[in-house]
Ligand binder design. Structure first.
Ligand code: A2P
Length: 305
C-alpha cells in the first residue's frame, strides 16, 4: 500500500506551547472576511496574530484559550482548536505571525433549552481588538499536511466555508515554490459576495496557470444542472456539483496515480464529493471505487466536522 511521504515526525512542530505553558500572542489585524451583509454579529473574520517563536506547518491547528470560567464545571475555560489559515511563514512571510479564520458560532443548549447561545471562543476572537493579547497553544496535527514530495504530485483541495483555511497556506507553499504540477481548489460557500479569500485566489489564478479555482455558490441564482445524477436539496449548487461541472479539468488530474485529495469542512459534503469522485473514476479511469482506492493508497485526507 503506497502512502504519502509526509514530513518525518521530527520535522513536524508539535505542542511547543501547552495549556500550562501557553504562548502569549498579540492581535496584529482583524478583518471581516465575508461581505457586508454578514455584519458584526454573524461575521467571519481573518485574524493575524503575532506569535514569535511559534513554528507551524500549513494544515496544522493552534489552540486558543479563552479567558474565564466554564460555568458548567467551574473550571477555567479550555483551549479551542483553529486550523491555521496562513502558510508557516505567516501572511507577511516574515515567520513571526499566524493567521486564523473564525466564524461567530451560536449553539442551542439542549439541557436548558436556551437558543442561539454565543460560542465562547469564537466570540472572544471575533471581538478581539488589535493589540489584544491571546493565550495560544500548539501547534497540533500530524496528518493533514503536504507530503514532502509535493512537487511530484497533483492536488485536489475540497472545502466548504472556513474549511478553506488549510488550503490557503498549502497553496502558498506550493505556488511559491516553483510547483509545476496541477492544483485545484473547489470551494463551497453560501453567497457570491462572501467567497472567502476570493481576491487572493483570483490573483493566484492570474499568476499560475496550473492553479484551477472552482467556486460553488449554494444560495445564488444558479441551480444544480446535474440533479438527475446528483440530486441536492432545493437544487443547490454544492461543492460536488461544481466539481462535476468542471469534470473535464478535474477528472484527468484526479486519475493520475499519485494525485492527493484533501477535504476540509462540513461533514455533509463528504457523501456528495465521494459520489462525484467515484463517478469521475468510472468515467475517466475505469476505476469502480476511486474513493476506496485513494483511501487505501493514503491519498485521501479528510478533516470534516
Ligand atoms: P447551505 O448553507 O446553503 O446549505 P458556511 O460554513 O459559510 O456556512 O458555508 C458552508 C457551505 O457549505 C454553504 O454553502 C453550505 O450550503 C454548504 N453545504 C451545506 N451542506 C452541504 C452538503 N451536504 N454538501 C455540500 N455543501 C454543503
Amino acid at each position: 500500500m503506497a502512502s504519502q511521504h509526509l514530513p518525518t515526525p521530527a520535522e513536524i512542530p508539535f505542542n511547543t506551547y501547552t495549556m500550562k505553558k501557553p504562548l502569549v500572542g498579540t492581535v496584529v489585524s482583524t478583518e471581516i472576511a465575508t461581505a457586508a451583509h454578514r455584519a458584526p454579529g454573524v461575521e467571519t473574520r481573518h485574524i493575524v496574530i503575532k506569535s514569535p517563536g511559534l513554528k507551524y506547518l500549513s494544515g496544522q491547528s493552534i489552540g486558543v484559550i479563552p479567558p474565564g470560567i466554564n460555568p458548567r464545571n467551574n473550571r477555567p475555560n479550555v483551549l479551542r482548536l483553529y486550523s491555521v489559515a496562513s502558510c508557516g511563514r505567516g501572511d507577511d512571510r516574515r515567520g513571526d505571525t499566524v493567521s486564523v479564520i473564525v466564524a461567530r458560532h451560536y449553539w442551542d443548549n439542549e439541557e436548558t433549552g436556551e437558543k442561539q447561545v454565543p460560542g465562547v471562543c469564537s466570540h472572544y476572537l471575533c471581538d478581539a481588538k488589535v493589540g489584544d493579547e491571546l493565550q495560544l497553544t500548539g501547534p497540533v496535527g500530524k496528518r493533514f499536511l503536504l507530503p514532502v514530495d509535493f512537487a511530484e504530485r497533483d492536488f485536489v483541495f475540497l472545502a466548504t466555508g472556513t474549511g478553506v483555511a488549510p488550503f490557503r497556506g498549502m497553496l502558498a507553499d506550493l505556488l511559491e515554490s516553483g510547483y509545476e504540477k496541477t492544483v485545484t481548489l473547489v470551494l463551497g460557500v453560501p453567497y457570491a459576495d462572501s467567497i472567502l479569500y476570493d481576491a487572493e485566489f483570483q490573483a493566484l489564478v492570474a499568476k499560475h496557470p496550473n492553479f484551477k479555482y472552482v467556486v460553488a455558490v449554494s444560495r445564488g441564482e444558479d441551480k444544480n444542472q446535474y440533479s438527475d445524477l446528483f440530486p441536492t436539496r432545493g437544487d443547490k449548487v454544492y461543492a460536488h456539483i461544481a466539481m462535476w461541472d468542471q469534470r473535464d479539468v478535474i477528472g484527468p488530474s484526479l486519475m493520475k496515480d499519485n494525485t492527493a485529495v484533501y477535504m476540509c469542512g462540513l461533514k455533509g459534503m463528504e457523501v456528495g464529493l465521494h459520489e462525484v469522485m467515484n463517478k469521475m473514476g468510472q468515467t475517466y479511469g475505469n476505476v469502480e471505487d476511486l474513493v476506496a482506492k485513494l483511501g487505501d493508497e493514503g491519498r485521501l485526507l479528510e478533516e470534516v466536522y
